[in-house]
Design a protein around this ligand. Structure first.
Ligand code: THU
Length: 132
C-alpha cells in the first residue's frame, strides 16, 4: 500500500459531506509524477444528485489537466473497520472511461486491509467508445 495515498485519504475523508447517509468515503488518485489528487463523497437533499468520492477524485484529476495515461492507481477509502467501500456501478463506468483498464483500484478501510482490483475486472464488458 502506498502510504502517501492512504494518508491523503485519511485527511480528505474529514471533508466528506454526508449528512444523509453518514457514510464517509474518500478517494485518492496517484499520478505517475508522484502527485495525489483526492476527492470525497458530497451528498444532496435531492439524494440522487449526490456524488461519490471516486468520481470527485477522477473529475478533479482531469480538471487539473491529467489524462488516463498519467494515472497509476485510484484508492477508495472508508474510515470504518467493519466494511469496505467497493465502488458503485456508476463509478465503475466512469473508471472504465477515465482510467486505463489495466490500472489498479485499491479498496481499503481504516483497518488497512486492502483489496486490489483492476478496472477491467470491476466492470467486465464495459460500454466504451468502441461500442459507439
Ligand atoms: N459512496 C462513495 O462515495 N463511494 C463508494 O464507493 C460507495 C458509496 C458514497 C455515496 C453516498 O454518499 C454514501 O457513500 C452512501 O452510499
Amino acid at each position: 500500500m502506498n502510504n502517501k495515498q492512504f494518508e491523503a485519504c485519511q485527511k480528505q475523508v474529514n471533508l466528506s459531506y454526508s449528512p444523509y447517509s453518514n457514510y464517509k468515503v474518500a478517494a485518492a488518485v496517484l499520478l505517475k509524477d508522484g502527485s495525489i489528487i483526492t476527492g470525497m463523497n458530497i451528498e444532496n437533499a435531492s439524494y440522487p444528485l449526490s456524488i461519490c468520492a471516486e468520481r470527485v477524485a477522477l473529475f478533479r484529476t482531469y480538471a487539473s489537466g491529467y489524462k488516463k495515461d498519467d494515472i497509476v492507481s485510484l484508492m477508495v477509502y472508508s474510515n470504518r473497520t467493519d466494511s469496505y467501500p467497493y465502488p458503485c456501478g456508476a463509478c465503475r463506468q466512469v473508471m472504465s472511461e477515465l482510467m486505463d483498464l489495466e490500472s489498479d483500484v485499491i479498496v481499503v478501510n481504516e483497518s488497512k486491509k486492502e483489496d486490489v482490483l483492476k478496472v477491467k475486472d470491476l466492470l467486465p464488458f464495459a460500454f466504451t467508445k468502441e461500442n459507439l
